[in-house]
Design a protein around this ligand. Structure first.
Ligand code: PMP
Length: 293
């Protein structure tokens, strides 16, 4: 079946959809994006994704015009209806607009807005059984007075890409990125959690991590369903090395155990029992929530 992409108010076959060459996202990385999951024909956590997208766009002062939460939600749901990917991945990209030159004064004041969906390519199941080996990356996240990590802007991702390449180079499944003070911020595409006793800890977003939507769900499930205490605090590499369990959260990875960091085993070096319970709770949760399209 042909796949369609939504672009600035119309649907185009995926192969025919293009962005203008002077798109500011293309020229300067001046854009924002979201990755969203569809489980069983329902969009997972749609409202927080749309609100993060638009909060970022407003912080970057994009010329949004008529594009607000309701319009973005409708465009996303309409694209889902059109492509009917029952278990899929939605990609939303928004750029400042079209115009050559750095100065936004020279841009036509109208954002470029894309929604694409595709059937999901799942991570290999053995990763969840074995857990991820991780390294600490030398590429750090930018200081929050440069760009706030809570804004999911495309330009910032060059850092994450470089960090991911560091991890790839040594065959690690993920890389931990530190902030400018040396505290743990996040993995290259996921948030990080540790478990010590019955306390779950994760960096506070002010440490420089994305305020992940899956992170929010994991906190809720850990607290409400598993009765654990969850703390947002500064974490050092020592905290990760000496944790009982460690896991990462993200839209694509969901909740995935991490079993080593820089060749140190975390806990037993196997996925931990609490992480396994949380993975189970998360999978059950995805079956009961979401916005039907
Ligand atoms: N941190 C980074 C750098 C990410 O790219 C992602 C994936 N979007 C996450 C954390 C996890 O966020 P979410 O749970 O909203 O996908």
């Amino acid at each position: 079946m042909a796949e369609f992409v939504y672009f600035n108010g119309e649907f185009l076959p995926k192969e025919q959809a293009t962005i203008p060459l002077y798109d500011h996202g293309f020229l300067y990385g001046d854009g924002i994006f979201e990755g969203i999951r569809v489980y069983g024909g329902r969009v997972f956590e749609l409202e927080p994704h749309v609100s993060r997208l638009l909060a970022g766009a407003r912080a970057l002062h994009f010329p949004l015009g008529e594009l607000d939460e309701a319009a973005a939600t409708e465009a996303i749901l309409a694209t889902c209806r059109k492509n009917d990917h029952q278990n899929g991945y939605i990609r939303v990209n928004l750029t400042r607009g079209t115009g050559l030159g750095l100065d936004p004064k020279h841009i036509e004041p109208k954002v470029n807005f894309m929604v694409a969906t595709r059937q999901l390519a799942l991570y290999p199941p053995e990763l969840y059984e074995k857990g991820l080996d991780m390294i600490t990356c030398s590429t750090r996240i930018p200081s929050p007075d440069a760009i706030d990590a809570r804004i999911k802007c495309t330009g910032k991702y060059i850092n994450n890409i470089l960090a991911k390449m560091e991890a790839n180079r040594v065959g690690a499944g993920e890389g931990i990125m530190l902030n400018q003070q040396g505290y743990v911020a996040e993995a290259t595409g996921d948030n990080v959690f540790i478990l010590r006793g019955d306390v779950v800890s994760t960096p506070h977003p002010s440490a420089g991590c994305l305020k992940g939507i899956t992170r929010g769900v994991a906190i809720k499930l850990a607290t409400e369903q598993l009765g654990l205490r969850v703390v947002e605090e500064n974490l050092t590499l020592f905290d990760l090395y000496s944790a009982d369990e460690c896991f990462l959260t993200g839209t694509a990875a969901e909740i995935i155990p991490a079993v080593s960091l820089d060749e140190r085993k975390i806990g037993t070096g196997k996925p931990g029992p609490i992480t396994a319970k949380l993975v189970e709770a998360f999978r059950a949760y995805t079956k009961t929530t979401g916005t039907a399209f």
